[in-house]
Design a protein around this ligand. Structure first.
Ligand code: FO1
Length: 320
C-alpha cells in the first residue's frame, strides 16, 4: 500500500546490498514521483570489456524483485554457464557474472558505447525492467574507490571480491571525486524546494556513502537543507550484517560503534536510526546532540523493508 503523504520529495543515498534493501522499502511505500534514489558508482569497474555498476545493479534488482537474497548481490534464479565457458577460455574468473546478470552489463556497456550517459542508460534499463521509481547514479563521471592495504593502493573490487577484504586497510580514497559533477537528477533532487527528507541508507559509510558525500556540493547541500537528514546505521550489535564494515572501522582506528558512525556523519545528519539490540547507545547519541531512534533495522523480508521505510519517513514527519 502506498503511503498517502500530501507533499514533499524524499532523496535516498544508497550503496549496495544493505542500502538497496531500504531503498526498495522506500519504493514500496512512496509513489515514484516522490522518491529519488542516488546510488554510489565508485565501486564501478571495467571487467572483460564490460562496465559493471554493482551498487546500481543491487538497487535495480532489489526494486525489481529480482535480487538474490542469499548471496546478497546479483540476480535470483541465476545460472553460471557463461562463467564456466569464460573459465574454460582462460579468462578472469575471480568476479562472478551470472548469465542473467551478464545481460545487464552487456546492455549497459553497449548503450554507454553508443554515447548515452550513465544516467540515461540507468533510466533506460530500470524503465525497461519495469521500475517506475527513479534510480540515478551519483555522477556520470568516473569516480573510483581505492583502498590502501598492506602498503599498496588497489581497486575496490580487487580488495572486496578478489582479496575478500583480507588485506589490512590503512586508508580509502575516491579518485576522480574532486572533478566529478553530480548527475543531473541527483543535483536537482538535492536542491528541490519540496525536499522533505534525505535518507542515508544502511550502507557502509566509509566505502559506499562517503563517495557520494565526497562529490562537490553534496555535504554543503545537506548542511544547508531544511529537510531532515536521517541515516540508518549499518551496525547491529557492533557488527555489519554483511561486508567488511566492522573490520574496516577497526583497521582505520575507529571504535566499531554507533557513536563512531554518528561522529563520521557529524554535521551532515540530524538523526541516526539504530537497531533495538543497540538501544543502550541511544542515550550517548542524544547526549552528543543527535536525535536517535531505536527500532528493528534488520530487513529480512519485504515487509521489514517497508516497515523500516515507514518508520524513517515518520521521523521526517512525512507519514500521516
Ligand atoms: N560480490 C562478491 O563478493 N563476489 C562476486 O563475484 C561478485 C560479483 C558481482 C557481479 C555483479 C554485481 O553487480 C555485483 C557483484 N558482487 C560480487 C557484489 C559487489 O562486488 C559488492 O557487493 C559491491 O560492490 C559492494 O557494494
Amino acid at each position: 500500500m502506498t503511503i498517502d503523504i500530501s507533499s514533499g520529495h524524499i532523496l535516498a543515498l544508497s550503496g549496495g546490498v544493505g542500502g538497496a534493501k531500504l531503498a526498495s522499502g522506500l519504493a514500496g511505500v512512496l509513489p515514484p514521483e516522490r522518491l529519488t534514489i542516488a546510488v554510489n558508482t565508485a565501486d564501478d569497474f571495467e571487467h572483460l570489456g564490460l562496465t559493471i555498476c554493482p551498487d546500481i545493479d543491487s538497487v535495480t534488482y532489489a526494486l525489481a524483485g529480482l535480487n538474490d537474497m542469499q548471496r546478497g548481490w546479483g540476480m535470483k534464479d541465476e545460472s553460471w554457464q557463461a562463467m564456466e565457458m569464460l573459465r574454460r577460455l582462460g579468462e578472469a574468473d575471480w568476479f562472478n557474472l551470472g548469465d542473467r546478470d551478464l545481460a545487464m552489463h552487456i546492455a549497459r556497456s553497449w548503450r554507454l558505447r553508443e554515447g548515452e550517459s550513465l544516467s540515461q542508460v540507468t533510466a533506460r534499463l530500470t524503465g525497461e525492467i519495469g521500475i517506475a521509481h527513479t534510480i540515478v547514479p551519483m555522477s556520470d563521471d568516473l569516480v573510483r574507490t581505492e583502498i590502501c592495504a598492506d602498503g599498496v593502493w588497489m581497486d575496490f573490487q580487487r580488495y572486496f571480491v578478489a582479496e575478500q577484504c583480507r588485506p589490512v586497510a590503512a586508508s580509502v580514497r575516491f579518485t576522480g571525486a574532486d572533478k566529478a559533477r553530480l548527475s543531473p537528477a541527483f543535483a536537482q533532487a538535492l536542491v528541490r524546494q519540496d525536499l522533505a527528507a534525505v535518507v542515508i541508507c544502511p550502507s557502509n559509510p566509509y566505502l559506499s556513502v562517503d563517495p557520494i558525500l565526497s562529490l562537490g556540493g553534496v555535504t554543503s547541500a545537506l548542511e544547508a537543507t531544511k529537510a531532515p537528514v536521517i541515516a540508518v546505521s549499518p551496525l547491529v550489535g557492533g557488527a555489519a550484517l554483511k561486508g567488511p564494515l566492522a573490520k574496516l572501522m577497526a583497521e582505520l582506528g575507529k571504535p566499531v560503534s554507533n557513536s563512531a558512525i554518528a561522529g563520521h556523519y557529524r554535521g551532515v545528519i540530524d538523526h541516526l536510526v539504530i537497531d533495538a539490540v543497540d538501544a543502550a547507545d541511544e542515550r550517548g547519541l542524544r547526549e552528543a546532540g543527535l536525535c536517535a531512534t531505536v527500532t528493528q533495522t534488520v530487513m529480512r523480508e519485504a515487509a521489514d523493508r517497508e516497515r523500516l521505510a515507514r518508520e524513517v519517513l515518520a521521523i521526517a514527519g512525512g507519514v500521516d
